[in-house]
Ligand binder design. Structure first.
Ligand code: NAD
Length: 452
C-alpha cells in the first residue's frame, strides 16, 4: 500500500479509465491535469482515435484541454486492455442501463471487470464509478477479482466512488464536485482517497462500498421522486385551472425547507429515469417494495402522453385533429443546452404524436440528426431549419427542451399555435400559447362560438 501511496503522491502512478464517455473522459482529463500519465481504454475505436488525435467529443471537455494533455504526453487512449499490466489504478466508467423489464443490465460492468481480472496484478487499485445497486462491488466484483488468487486490501485495492457529473453545469465539474468514496477495506479506502485527493478538491469518505453505492441512488431517487411529485401537481393544477409554474416560483421564495423542482415532458438522460430502478430491483431481493420509486416512475413515464393530449387540446381550439396535423418539436435532448438524447422524453412525445397520425418534424441545433436506432419512431430524421416562414407552416409547435439558443421572440411571433412544456415563454406570451400545468388563456373557438 505504501508503494502505491508514494507513487500517487509523486505522480509516478499511471492511471487508467475504462469507458471514455460523458463520465470517463472528464475524469481521465482531470487525472492527466493533476500530473498523472493517464490512459483511457474504450471498445469504441472512434473515441480512442479522437483522443489520440487531440480532439474531444464531449461538450463539457474542451478540445484544447485534450490537445494540451496529449502534447504533454499525459493522455492517451487505447482499445487494448493489456495496458492494465502497466497501470497502478483503473477507474471503471462504463454504462449501466436497464433491460426492457427494468432489471439492471450489468453486462458492460461485467465485461470490463473480466478484462481487468485478466491483467490484475499486485498493487493495482480498481474503482467502480458506474451507478449501480448497493452490493455490486462487494458481491459481484470482489469475488471476480479474488478468483485470481489475489486478495482485496492485501494484494490489490477495490473501491466504489459514484460519479456526479452534471452535463452543461457551468459551475460544478469533476474537480470541484465533492467525491464520495467507499473502500472494500480501510487500506482500499486510503489509497482511493489519495488518488481522488490528487485530482478532486473535496473527498467524502464513507464506511463501505455499499454505503457509497446507496448514496448515489439516494441522490438520483430524490430527484426522480420530487420531479414525479411536481409532475403530478402539474396534472392537478391543469385540472384545477391553477398555474403550477406560478405556484413553484412563489413557493421557492421560502428561504428554508423547500427546494424547487419543475414539471416537464418526462424524465430523460442516462441517470434519473434508470438509477432508481437499480435500487427497487435490489430492494425486492431483500423482500422490500420501494413504493415511492414505482409511483414516481409511473407519474413521470405518463408525462409524454399528457403532452400529446395537451397538443390535441390545443389543436382542438382551432378545430383541428392531431391526425393529419403538422407538428414541429423544438428540442429533443433531455435537458437544455446539451446534445444527449438518451431516454429523452421528447422522443416518446414525437412517437406518441406520430402514432396518433401527426406529421412530426423537429428542430434541435444540439442534435442535428436522429438515427432510426435511437428512438421508438424508428426512422432517420434530421433537424429542420428554423425560420419565421417555416414556423408559420406548422399547425402546432411544441417546446420540449428550452435550449438557450432558441429565438423565443421569433417563435412566439411566427408560430400559429404553441404548446410549451418548459414555461420557456412565460404566462403572457399570447393566447396561442398553451403551457403544461397551466390553464389556457382563451376559451376554445367552439365555446366562443357557442356563447356568441
Ligand atoms: N452521463 C451522466 O451525466 C452521468 C452522471 C453520473 C453517473 N453516470 C453513470 O456513469 C456511467 C457511465 O455513463 P456515461 O454517461 O459516461 O456513459 P457513456 O455511454 O457516455 O460512456 C460509456 C463508455 O463506455 C464504453 N464501454 C462500454 N463497454 C465497455 C467495455 N466493456 N470496456 C470499455 N469501454 C466500454 C462505451 O464505448 C462508452 O464510450 C453509468 O453508470 C452512468 O449511470 C452518468
Amino acid at each position: 500500500m505504501n508503494e502505491l501511496l508514494r507513487k500517487i503522491q509523486s505522480r509516478d502512478a499511471r492511471t487508467g479509465v475504462v469507458g471514455l464517455g460523458y463520465v470517463g473522459l472528464p475524469l481521465a482529463v482531470e487525472f492527466a491535469r493533476a500530473g498523472f500519465r493517464t490512459v483511457g481504454i474504450d471498445l469504441d475505436r472512434r473515441k480512442v482515435d479522437e483522443i489520440n488525435a487531440g480532439h474531444s467529443y464531449i461538450p463539457d471537455v474542451p478540445t484544447a484541454d485534450v490537445a494540451t494533455l496529449r502534447h504533454a504526453g499525459r493522455l492517451e487512449a487505447t482499445t487494448d486492455f493489456s495496458i492494465i499490466r502497466e497501470l497502478d489504478t483503473v477507474n471503471i466508467c462504463v454504462p449501466t442501463p436497464l433491460r426492457k423489464t427494468k432489471d439492471p443490465d450489468m453486462s458492460y460492468v461485467l465485461s470490463a471487470a473480466e478484462q481487468i481480472a485478466k491483467y490484475l496484478h499486485p498493487g493495482l487499485l480498481i474503482v467502480l464509478e458506474s451507478t449501480t445497486y448497493p452490493g455490486t462491488t462487494a458481491e459481484l466484483l470482489q469475488p471476480m477479482f479474488e478468483s485470481t488468487g489475489l486478495v482485496a486490501g492485501r494484494d490489490f485495492f477495490l473501491a466504489f466512488s459514484p460519479e456526479r457529473v452534471d452535463p452543461s453545469n457551468e459551475h460544478y465539474n469533476t474537480r470541484n464536485t465533492p467525491k464520495v468514496v467507499g473502500g472494500t477495506t480501510p487500506a482500499c479506502m486510503e489509497v482511493a482517497a489519495a488518488l481522488y485527493g490528487a485530482a478532486v478538491e473535496t473527498i467524502v469518505p464513507v464506511s463501505s462500498t455499499r454505503v457509497a453505492e446507496m448514496v448515489k441512488l439516494l441522490e438520483n431517487t430524490f430527484r426522480a421522486v420530487n420531479i414525479g411529485l411536481v409532475n403530478e401537481l402539474a396534472l392537478m393544477c391543469d385540472r384545477m385551472g391553477i398555474d403550477v409554474w406560478e405556484v413553484v416560483n412563489a413557493a421557492r421564495t421560502k428561504p428554508f425547507g423547500f427546494m424547487p423542482f419543475y414539471p416537464g415532458p418526462g424524465l430523460g438522460g442516462h441517470c434519473i429515469p434508470i438509477d432508481p430502478f437499480y435500487l427497487s430491483w435490489k430492494a425486492k431481493e431483500a423482500g422490500f417494495e420501494a413504493r415511492f420509486i414505482e409511483l414516481a416512475g409511473h407519474v413521470n413515464s405518463g408525462m409524454p402522453h399528457y403532452v400529446a393530449d395537451k397538443v390535441g387540446d390545443a389543436l382542438n381550439t382551432q378545430r383541428k385533429a392531431v391526425n393529419g396535423s403538422s407538428v414541429l418539436i423544438l428540442g429533443i435532448s433531455y435537458k437544455k443546452d446539451i446534445d444527449d438524447i438518451r431516454e429523452s422524453p421528447a422522443l416518446d412525445v414525437m412517437h406518441v404524436l406520430q402514432e396518433r397520425g401527426a406529421r412530426v418534424a423537429y428542430h434541435d441545433p444540439h442534435a442535428p440528426v436522429l438515427h432510426a436506432r435511437d428512438w421508438p419512431g424508428k426512422t432517420d430524421m434530421a433537424s429542420v431549419e428554423l425560420t419565421r416562414e417555416r414556423l408559420a407552416e406548422y399547425d402546432c409547435v411544441v417546446v420540449l427542451t428550452n435550449h438557450r439558443v432558441f429565438d423565443y421572440e421569433m417563435i412566439v411571433e411566427s408560430a400559429r399555435l404553441i404548446v410549451d412544456t418548459r414555461n420557456a415563454l412565460g404566462a403572457d406570451a399570447g393566447d396561442h400559447v398553451f403551457r403544461l400545468g397551466a390553464p389556457p388563456r382563451v376559451r376554445s373557438a367552439a365555446r366562443q362560438e357557442q356563447t356568441a
